[in-house]
Design a protein around this ligand. Sequence first.
Ligand code: ABN
Length: 174
Amino acid sequence: MTLIQDWLDRFTERRVRRAAQLTGRRSALTRIGGLLVGTMAFPMLPFDRSGQAHAAVAPNEDPTKCEYWRNCALDGFLCTCCGGSITSCGPGSQASKVSWVGTCKNPKDGKDYLVSYNDCCGKTPCGRCLCNFNERERPGYKMGLFNDINWCMANTETMYHCTVSVIVGLADAA
Ligand code: ABN
């Protein structure tokens, strides 16, 4: 065999092997394996879930009452009395795209939590369980410090129905 034939042989073999690697069954398995290992790595990333650990409602707590700790800076109707829950709007209404965020102390652990008060929009005012807490509220000249606002303003459906109390995280997490 001449040098050129030898080189051509090796060149062709390399090309054929490469094509088989790219399109063959083994290649597909390798890719699927890589994907699985990749997606399995995500849950190990260091997300801060400390706020969520205290998001569950304890058996001795009543989120349908204004006095329930997460409602400490809420001004509106509790969605827990309006077909929703502490964190969901219930059928027929949608969570506001913007919200008022307050700080409430959880009596169980003495820690301060950021609570997002999202209004639920697109349905007539619920009219049940009206709470009006104004802790740390400031007069209406500064919107971010004033909670007597219909936060449905940025939604397509702007009618106010009720308000949910969603824990965002620990207030002092730096
Ligand atoms: N954020 C509750 C609300 C809705 C309409 C008017 C005042 C307050």
